[in-house]
Design a protein around this ligand. Structure first.
Ligand code: GLC
Length: 424
């Protein structure tokens, strides 16, 4: 073979390999993204940037804010390849692990900079079944301008919040703002209520429903005080309709200027301060109040992960999108443009992020490191049942169909009934 022929052959082999690589890599993958606030828009932008960079195609499907877990379980149990990448809640890895790809080989060192709590949470039986994508912790939003107007300090306890909310609500109504409410939050019977109610219970030192050893702890005086207090808000400082509020309904009322305080997640910050927001620049953020002087500030740990279905026809491509979306650059973009809390510790010190969201970054960080986890790790595959029972019990108290003492007593026996031989 002449040198020339050899070179030509070599080139065609290289070209062939490249083409092959290209052909086998270019694929269409589908990602499911949540539709809360600007979740869908932010997810779509990131996914499309990856598609442009890699030559693959991506389809984005939006997920309903409730019923998402059931939908995933249905798809996965049928072995469906319809969704390659799933946006999953921090409380789901244990429930879905068996149908998710182990991302360890794709992640390499990518999880080194993440808050360890998320990496631990997403590692089930030694497999990294999801990559941390964005962090969440419950926060208290308040109207700075209204607190100033009425000479009210940011409340430190729920008792103070209740009194302040009532005072400002009544004064604003008397001044003609008849739609004003004191406090909006998530009272619908769903996972969001589990988060809110757990924060109240924790703030009264009432534990986390089930403790780390697996013992059901909910039947206690702190939990009773917490739920009784929240029941007192409905129809007084919170509209009756709060019993049907998820995050977005609460944000709708607060952002329209019709509430003094709101419990929500970090995503609401940049929306409340967007150009078309009536309350732009008038919002403050604080830790959630304590349950009395002996109580504690408690925020529930939330957050979303990206996982790849075991039934994906393009696992490598799907994993590449997951690594792109969870990368420092993309998390930074989401923090700056969307106010999302990153799962990467260093981004809280990043100049670009700090210039964009300033002191908000500090509040987020403090809230996150102190956040309380729901008992998903210990109750594993039964977490969803535990949560459904808990939110149902809280809802029954809020709506007045039972009192708190009876409700937590019943809940205690129901939860114990979910254990098998004392084990979860
Ligand atoms: C937020 C949290 C998530 C929680 C949900 C409840 O999205 O990140 O963990 O389960 O709210 O509605």
């Amino acid at each position: 073979m002449t040198i020339r022929k050899f070179a030509t052959l070599g080139a065609s082999i290289i070209l062939g390999t490249l083409l092959q690589v290209n052909v086998s890599c270019a694929a269409t993958v589908t990602i499911s993204c949540s539709a809360t606030g600007h979740d869908l828009a932010m997810c779509t932008q990131g996914a499309q940037a990856w598609a442009k960079q890699t030559g693959n195609e991506v389809k984005v499907v939006s997920m309903p804010s409730s019923g998402q877990l059931a939908l995933y379980q249905q798809l996965l149990s049928a072995g469906s390849s319809d969704i390659d990448i799933l946006q999953i809640d921090v409380v789901w890895p244990g429930i879905l692990a068996q149908d998710l790809l182990d991302l360890t080989p794709y992640a390499g060192k990518n999880t080194v900079g993440d808050f360890p709590v998320y990496v631990k949470n997403d590692t089930i039986g030694g497999h990294l079944v999801a990559m941390p994508w964005f962090a969440d912790a419950g926060v208290m939003y308040y109207r700075k301008d209204l607190l100033d107007k009425y000479g009210v300090k940011v409340p430190d306890t729920w008792e103070e919040l209740t009194a302040d909310a009532k005072k400002i609500q009544d004064a604003e109504r008397a001044a003609g703002h008849t739609k004003m409410w004191g406090f909006v939050w998530q009272g619908r019977n769903y996972e969001g209520l589990t988060c809110d109610a757990l924060e109240w219970v924790q703030s009264f030192n009432g534990g986390a429903i089930v403790d780390a050893s697996g013992k059901v702890t909910i039947n206690n005086p702190g939990a009773i005080s917490a739920l009784t207090m929240a029941h007192g808000w409905v129809g007084t400082i919170s509209p009756e309709g709060v019993l049907n509020y998820s995050e977005e309904e609460a944000r709708g009322v607060f952002q329209s200027g019709d509430a003094v305080f709101m419990r929500n997640w970090p995503y609401a910050w940049s929306l409340a301060n967007s150009d078309d927001s009536p309350i732009k620049g008038k919002v403050g953020i604080a830790v959630l109040p304590k349950g009395g002087q002996a109580g504690r500030h408690a925020a529930v740990l939330g957050g979303w992960q990206l996982a790849v279905s075991k039934y994906s026809k393009h696992p490598d491509v799907a994993a590449s999108l997951v690594m792109y979306l969870t990368s420092p650059a993309e998390q930074k973009r989401r923090a700056i443009e969307g106010g999302y809390a990153s799962t990467l510790v260093d981004l809280y010190k990043d100049k670009g992020v700090r210039d964009a969201i300033g002191p908000f970054a500090d509040s987020l960080y403090d809230n996150l490191v102190n956040a309380v986890a729901r008992p998903s790790a210990v109750t594993r595959t039964r977490y969803n049942q535990v949560s459904t029972e808990f939110s149902g019990a809280a809802y029954a108290v809020l709506s007045g169909s039972t009192d708190a003492a009876t409700s937590v007593k019943d809940l205690d026996s129901k939860l114990n009934g979910l254990r098998h031989g004392g084990k979860w």
